[in-house]
Design a protein around this ligand. Sequence first.
Ligand SMILES: Cc1cc2nc3c(=O)[nH]c(=O)nc-3n(C[C@H](O)[C@H](O)[C@H](O)COP(=O)(O)OP(=O)(O)OC[C@H]3O[C@@H](n4cnc5c(N)ncnc54)[C@H](O)[C@@H]3O)c2cc1C
Length: 608
Amino acid sequence: MDYDVVIVGGGHAGCEAASACARLGVDTLLITQREADLARMSCNPAIGGLAKGHLVKELDALGGIMGWVADRSSIQSRMLNRSKGPAVWSPRVQCDRELYTEGMRRLLGDTSGLDILEDEVADISLSNGAVNGVVTIQSGTINARKVVLCGGTFWNGVIYIGEWQKPAGRIGEDPAVGISDRLEKLGLRRIRLKTGTPPRLDGNTINFNMLERQDGEEEPIWFSSDPPVESLPQRPCFLTYTNEETHDILQGGLDRSPLYTGRIKGVGPRYCPSIEDKIVRFADKNRHQLFIEPEGLQEEEYYINGFATSLPEDVQLKALRTVPGLSDVKMNRPGYAVEYDVFPAEQLSLSLECRIINNLYLAGQINGTSGYEEAAVQGFIAGINAARSILGNDQIVLGRDQAYIGVLIEDLITKIPEEPYRMFTSRAEFRLLLRQDNARQRLLDVAQKIGLVSTRKQQSTKESIDNKDRIIKGLKSTSVLYNGVRMKSAELLKRPEIKLTDLVNFTDFPGEQREFIKIHSQSAFHAEVEIKYNGYLVRQQAQVESFRKMEQLLLPVVMDYESISALSAEARCELNRIRPETLGQASRIPGVRAADVSVLMVLLKKGW
Ligand SMILES: Cc1cc2nc3c(=O)[nH]c(=O)nc-3n(C[C@H](O)[C@H](O)[C@H](O)COP(=O)(O)OP(=O)(O)OC[C@H]3O[C@@H](n4cnc5c(N)ncnc54)[C@H](O)[C@@H]3O)c2cc1C
């Protein structure tokens, strides 16, 4: 068997990588342990959320598939953070878990140029320091010009519930062994990280009358620019709280917890602690919020968001039964923790190609992230870059000033992984410009270059930009009477209490403009944001310009920073470890100070 690209692992990263490669026209094989588990959501069945929603919108704007599939399995959608500025609004959809996996299987199955093989990759084959294939357990060697590894939580995965532990990638699924050990032998640095999931509850045993009901938006929120004609029936989520009795029971189980007895060595995400971690770290809090979320349309199973745990099963159940609404609850499956291998991403270049082994790309959880969306965007970038290098095209690297995807990949490569990395809006320094609503417009050029977005969609994005400009021009050139004073519409719109929807209803607002704004509501929203936040946006744009100047200063590829005595010892060590590609990237490495950046700048000026 010969392929251009072989993708290993059909999780969120692998599915995006496989779809992108095949659609770019290279012969692609996706190898995964169980085809029925393609794009399986290991934890809660929800896509998007704070900052993650931005990633999905960007992925959709570039031609990725996660948003398209999520829209077609959405059973509740919400725009989070609406009470704050539009830069941090984030869409989130609750999905039907099985419909999501089914939808992804169907989409990949219908993709021409893509084969799917159910098997396990145990090794890679090499020639002259470059990968040239993979070795599978059942089918033997498969030749490939490029290999993309997306192993998720499966490489030497071990799951824990109280005193019980078992090698597994997820509960009920075997781990993948062999490949991770081989990469380490080839010189890649490996660490252990951990994550956890809550119990799943039988909905027939929950007293919903005791819970606070939370419905989604009346109008569905879509990720994709090509949403379904009709939405699925919508389901509510529910809210409840732990209490002091719950905390006492959890506390009593700590001596049997693999986290607190030291059996789990891998570090978990601080921002998403297990319930036992919460009661220890926030001991002064007498309650914690829990969201009870449906797993699907047909299912009577519920996910309890906020109660990730690896305590013994009996402690989990006893603690849950103290929570209002859950006094008679039945647990379908207990929560558990999983510990797995990670290859810190400093060993990759910004295209996600491995620096030590040519033609090898790594993406997803194995690079130190946590989250479906974080994995998917990496899979997409690794996939298109593997395909582009076969097609003789340059690599796509997104900047921090262009996309959250750029922020994520650069952070992974530049910072030491201390815990699983997840995206937050606060990580993006140019977040006023990188909004979820303008992803298609700001990434249009890159999408054109990649070539996975149809000409029709590109055209419609161009039209939306023209429409926005036309609306802004109209608002700047017309005026209305407000409190007896005639004012330019654009000036009036800058006032926080005036919304564009109010302004268009002023009796003297020009009728033609009103109609145009009503028809092009999305462009009108962009126009409104640009007018209201103009001062901030102009300032941020200026920061982007100076940022870009630093990014254009490329550092030589091979160099020994140890020989530059003017650099601090810490900077020499970190620069040698990470080998930044630009002066800008060097300046963001922890341990590289302003004085070190000046030294590098002087060397560059001298023609280094
Ligand atoms: C218990 C648990 C709890 C989690 N909790 C959260 C959470 O709270 N929040 C959050 O955002 N994320 C959470 N995650 C993480 C989330 O599931 C992952 O970030 C995401 O699924 C990673 O996607 P991926 O594509 O990298 O890998 P995965 O989704 O893990 O998929 C990897 C796929 O590759 C296959 N595979 C692996 N190795 C091989 C091989 N050698 N040969 C063939 N096939 C192979 C596996 O069978 C699997 O199908 C959790 C994960 C687990 C397991």
